[in-house]
Design a protein around this ligand. Structure first.
Ligand SMILES: *Cc1c(COP(=O)(O)O)cnc(C)c1O
Length: 495
């Protein structure tokens, strides 16, 4: 199977080339030319497998130039060996008679980014070897919180890689900052940047295009790479958990093979819900794909009207990982729904960069209507939903997950659709203690890491081990740079 650029179908690459390069030369996203179909008995076969075995089975169908035994090694490293706090890795929890919650935050950083970022380093380093790259990859990340920590933990002590994370000095939560500054590993670096997330991100983009720096580092045996969510190596591991969830529901006899289930996904960059779309196309009986947004409702409008328009106010919300106005992975959906019409995709993307807006064809519009439903919810509704889920189901959820539960409720009361639905839970509530505590009625909040214990006491749910351990960990990184001096920091680290 080959991978092609969403902006040029003639730009064809093997899986390992697609993963090694990350982005296509023309700025498009590398995407499978054909999607593999699950065989007639694939779901039965996977039903009794472990999560790691299911991951090998699914990824094998996409990665021609990797053997199953290579993939077994990676899945064991990524999801085995106590890295996740439950053997199921991505457990499905019953909420009520027809609602299930797929918990994707049992990994080392308590956020769903672990599902992909525990796997990507293995796929990436193997792809580099397969393509005769001998230099060490230096992964540069600008983060507003979750991605940075998950990438550090994923790349920590992985051979032939260094990772350097830049975060905005005043733009991440206290817990997120502590998670990054205490990061262990011999190949990691963390540094804050004076300014906001945009300053950090613009700075990192400038490093990627700094030719003098590139040459200097090439001389020292390094090249820059990215752990960005548009790399195919991040999308693929996400397809696995949708298939796995369906198999779990079959195994527990909640559904019969062939029964439809809807999925409801809290969405930002469109990577997670895109993976659900791919699982559906492969043959998993998924009904509606319900796209949930916070007050930044650009995707809600797009899915309801066919017009994507980023010209709108940006809001900071209590679900910050969904505060996004340009959802990059949508480009892959447009490629699929246009019948792989690269010229059409190119036109939309040009319009987006020039005017911030595009309108899809009636043909795409009608496909979107059949596949998706969409809704949004503001912070007040989000908090109410956290409170309601706690009171009614004794289930503690984080603000991102709450957005999805709220949107599902809206969808059900509007449509009457009672199809069993999997709500995707993307972060541990302990990553957002302050907002979660307030939402369950506690207003006198503890300071620093004591707030973790406060939430545990109030809820009776134990603090996840990786967060509880933060208190004992020494601070390893405390540097701050001005955004014009980020290159110096890179040179210092890669001496
Ligand atoms: C990244 C993230 C999301 C959004 O996922 P996308 O794949 O970007 O749509 C939602 N919730 C949390 C907690 C996240 O970290």
């Amino acid at each position: 199977m080959y991978y092609v650029s969403t902006r040029n179908k003639n730009d064809r690459h093997t899986a390992s080339e697609a993963i090694a390069h990350g982005l296509a030369a023309d700025g498009g996203l590398m995407t499978p030319e054909v999607l593999p179909n699950l065989s007639h008995n694939a779901l039965d076969t996977m039903r009794d497998m472990s999560y790691q075995q299911r991951a090998v089975y699914v990824m094998n169908a996409y990665l021609d130039d990797f053997t199953s035994s290579e993939l077994s090694v990676y899945t064991t490293k990524a999801y085995g060996g106590g890295k996740f706090d439950t053997r199921e890795v991505a457990p499905v929890r019953g909420v009520d008679a027809n609602t299930y919650c797929l918990e994707l935050w049992h990994g080392p950083t308590c956020a769903f980014k672990d599902m992909a970022l525990q796997m990507l380093p293995h796929l990436l380093t193997a792809s580099l070897v397969k393509n005769q790259e001998e230099k060490t990859a230096c992964i540069l990340v600008a983060t507003s919180g979750d991605t940075g920590k998950a990438a550090l933990e994923g790349f920590r002590d992985v051979d032939k890689t260094r990772i350097l994370v830049f975060y905005p000095k005043d733009g991440v939560s206290a817990i997120q900052q502590l998670q990054m500054n205490t990061q262990e590993g011999t190949n990691v670096g963390v540094c804050s940047v004076v300014g906001n997330f945009d300053d950090a991100q613009t700075g990192v983009k400038r490093l990627f295009s700094d030719e003098t720096l590139r040459q200097e580092l090439a001389g020292r045996g390094y090249f820059f790479s990215s752990a960005n969510s548009i790399n195919w190596g991040r999308v693929l591991p996400q397809i696995v958990y949708y298939i796995s969830a369906y198999c779990d529901l079959m195994r527990e006899e909640k559904i019969q093979k062939g029964d439809l289930v809807n999925v409801c996904v809290p969405t930002g960059n469109f990577g997670n819900i895109l993976a659900a779309y791919y699982a559906k196309q492969m043959g998993v009986p998924i009904g509606r794909l319900i796209c949930a947004s916070n007050r930044n409702d650009v995707l809600t409008d797009f899915l309801n009207t066919g017009v994507y328009d980023r010209n709108r106010t940006f809001y900071n919300t209590m679900s910050p990982s969904m505060d996004i106005l340009i959802s990059s992975n949508l480009e892959r959906l447009l490629f699929a729904l246009s019948g792989q019409n690269d010229e059409e995709v190119r036109t939309y993307m040009t319009q987006l960069s020039e005017t911030g807006r595009y309108e899809v064809s009636p043909a795409i519009r009608s496909k979107l209507d059949k596949l998706f439903a969409a809704g949004c919810c503001d912070d007040e509704q989000t908090a109410r939903t956290i409170g309601r889920m706690w009171r009614e189901h004794h289930y503690l959820i984080d603000p991102h997950t709450a957005v999805a539960f709220d949107v599902l409720e809206q969808y059900r009361s509007k449509t009457g659709d009672q199809t069993p639905t999997i709500v995707v839970s993307t972060a541990s509530p302990f990553k957002f203690c302050d907002n979660v505590l307030r939402a369950i009625g506690v207003n006198d909040l503890a300071q620093g890491t004591d707030i973790l214990d406060q939430l545990a006491e109030q809820s009776g749910v134990p603090v996840p081990a990786p967060l509880a351990a933060l208190k004992e960990k020494p601070i390893r990184f405390a540097d701050t740079v001005d955004k014009d001096h980020m290159a110096d920091r890179v040179l210092e680290m890669l001496h």
